[in-house]
Structure formats: C-alpha cells, structure tokens
Design a protein around this ligand. Structure first.
Ligand SMILES: Nc1nc2[nH]cc(C(=O)O)c2c(=O)[nH]1
Ligand code: SF4
Ligand SMILES: [Mg+2]
Length: 232
C-alpha cells in the first residue's frame, strides 16, 4: 500500500499533552476542511501549492525505512497533516511495519475529529489529539462538527486541543467538549499565531480563563523556537 506524504522531519512536539517531547513528524497530504488560519496549506491547498512538489505517493515499506532513519534516539512518531485519518488503512500498515523494528514506538495522531477511527485503527494508536474546529476557522459548522465522529475516539487514549483566538471562545469550546464526553483536564487550549510574539500574547491572555475552566494551556513550542519555518 502507499501513503500520500507531504513531509517527514525531526523536531519536538510543540502542541498538546506531549509538548516538549522530541518527535519525528509524518505530515500526510490532503485535508477535508479548509480553515482560514491553517498554517499548513502546503499539505492540501492545491490552488496555492503544486501537488507534484508537495504530495508524494510513497510505499509504506519505503516510508517505514525513512522514518526509522529519522528516529534514532526518538521514541515518538506524530502523524499529522492535512487530515491523516483520510488514510487510516495505509497508516495501520505503516505502524505495523515500524513496530517490527521499534516495538515500543509511541504513535500520536493529530486529527480534526471529523472522521471516526475504525476499531482496528483506534487499537494501534497511543494518543489521538483531537482538534475540532471552532467558528473562527470559517468552516461551516455542518462540515467541522461531526457528532458521531467526535464521540467515537477512545476516551482513555484521546485528548482535545482547540485553537482559540479570543478567550470568549471558551464557551464554544465547552459545547464542543460536551459532544466528545472528554473531561476538562484532557483539554488543551492553544493560541492561534505564527510568530513568537502573537503566541506569547495569546498565552498570556488565555492563562487565567483557561485555569478557571479547568483546562490546560498548550504552547506552540515550535513557533516560539523557530517561527513558522517549514519542517519544524
Ligand atoms: N514541532 C511541531 N509540533 C507540532 N504539533 C502539531 C503540529 C502540526 O502541524 O500538526 C506540529 C508541527 O508542525 N511542528
Ligand atoms: S483541519 Fe487542520 S490541516 Fe485541515 S485546513 Fe484545518 S487546520 Fe489546516
Ligand atoms: Mg498544525
């Protein structure tokens, strides 16, 4: 089988419950949404980027070797996109191949939560970081909030992550969180921004409202460290 790949790189998990952990990132191509503030348009927006350059059809066996070569010393693979859950069956094959070499490899998926994981896929993933989109994404609600999908992530291995542009949006977060059934202490709130200054200002503005709601605050470590550089 093959996967449609955008990029593979070594970095540090910049967002959510594992932020600060060194990780290899696999960014898959294509997305089923189109958020106005998306910072990875090069992985799916074929009106602005050339798929011949940004979308590589790669055999899972070949990709497994590439990832193993990047891992040395690292025990976490973060699969993101785009929307990775568009390619669940090929990801499953990839993970199976990777675990022959690295049986203890942890795998996290960054997903927009619109596509339910199959039972087999849910089994294979250590952590789903489910990031439902709010009205600030400008995606119509019917497309971005799929109730059945949002309720289908394994509660013991899932976390929620929201991109918030204003503290007032925390009310909307509460309503979406209720659909998932996940508790506030499994919820991470992250400011929008692609510069260190905007991320720091967002973190400062969010810290007290996030504390009152019982959520966690998520940095965007890679932005603080490298701005919006590619492959970081
Ligand atoms: N360092 C780093 N951490 C990340 N966590 C989630 C990312 C993403 O683009 O989904 C990401 C990313 O692009 N870089
Ligand atoms: S779901 Fe994620 S990758 Fe897709 S457009 Fe929105 S922010 Fe970008
Ligand atoms: Mg991202």
């Amino acid at each position: 089988m093959t996967l449609l790949v955008n990029e593979v790189f070594r970095s540090v998990q910049g967002e959510g419950p594992s932020s600060g952990q060194p990780a290899v990132f696999l960014r898959l191509a294509n997305c089923n949404l189109a958020c106005v503030w998306c910072d990875t348009r090069f992985s799916w927006d074929w009106t602005l980027f050339d798929p011949a350059k940004e979308r590589h059809e790669t055999r899972t066996t070949e990709l497994a070797s590439e990832i193993i070569a990047e891992l040395h010393g690292i025990n976490l693979l973060v699969i993101t996109g785009g929307e990775p859950q568009l390619q669940q069956s090929s990801i499953l094959e990839l993970i199976t191949a990777l675990r022959v070499n690295s049986p203890n490899l942890r795998v996290e998926i960054e997903t927009n939560g619109t596509i339910p994981p199959t039972p087999q896929f849910a089994e294979a993933i250590d952590l789903f970081v489910v990031s439902p989109k709010l009205a600030n994404s400008s995606v119509p609600e019917k497309r971005r909030l799929r109730h059945r999908a949002l309720a289908s992530f394994p509660p013991d291995r899932s976390a929620l992550k929201f991109v918030v542009t204003d503290p007032r949006e925390l009310e909307e977060v509460a309503a979406v969180r209720a659909i998932t059934g996940l508790p506030p202490n499994r919820t991470w709130i992250m400011p929008e921004g692609t510069t260190p200054d905007s991320v720091l200002r967002g973190l400062q503005r969010l810290s007290e409202p996030v504390a009152r709601a019982g959520y966690n605050l998520s940095p965007r470590l890679h932005i603080l460290m490298w701005g919006d550089a590619r492959g970081r």
